[in-house]
Design a protein around this ligand. Structure first.
Ligand code: THU
Length: 164
């Protein structure tokens, strides 16, 4: 028996003020777009903004449905838009923010993408052969910067597995 170790590092900033300008701008866009999310059932509003390799910025928000499982997360809304508008352009960085409108919460701790979104982000990384940097933060407070999405999904299942 052998043991294997999985380890990854990410950056933690106290606030948006510590980020470099391009990252701060992208996070500000994500924080702003949060307001336009359609989340009447959970009141958990999520916004994402991505900077593409061609310099364009694309945004996405969560889109809920009365049939709850039909809901699309902000990250996947964004990926669908990116893939439609600029099919062959890689995503350099994606900022993700949220505001939880339920009582007693401050939305000031970073949000990590859900498992389904991690899988979708990984497909995008693989497809365009380019790591997607993630900037994770609430509407305020600390910011996490993760250099590639695949770090969040060890032992992942990808298109390569279908060829095994
Ligand atoms: N949500 C996202 O948009 N992104 C995530 O990574 C986590 C969850 C949305 C889905 C649903 O509309 C609400 O947040 C509560 O789960």
């Amino acid at each position: 028996m052998k043991k294997k170790n999985y380890k990854f590092e990410f950056e933690v900033y106290d606030s948006i003020d510590e980020l470099q300008e391009t990252d701060a701008k992208l996070l500000t866009k994500a924080r702003k777009i949060v307001e336009t999310a359609y989340a009447p059932y959970s009141n958990f509003f999520v916004g994402a903004a991505a900077l593409l390799k061609n310099g364009k910025t694309i945004t996405g928000t969560n889109q809920e449905n009365a049939s709850y499982s039909v809901t699309i997360c902000a990250e996947r809304t964004l990926l669908s838009a990116a893939s439609t508008l600029y099919p062959n352009v890689a995503i350099e960085t994606m900022a993700i923010s949220y505001h939880n409108y339920n009582s007693n919460t401050h939305s000031d701790t970073p949000l990590s993408p859900c498992g389904v979104c991690r899988q979708s982000l990984l497909e995008y990384e693989d497809r365009l052969k380019n790591p997607i940097r993630l900037i994770l933060s609430g509407i305020d407070g600390k910011v996490y910067v993760i250099s590639k999405t695949s770090d969040l999904l060890p032992l992942s299942f990808t298109g390569e597995d279908l060829r095994k």
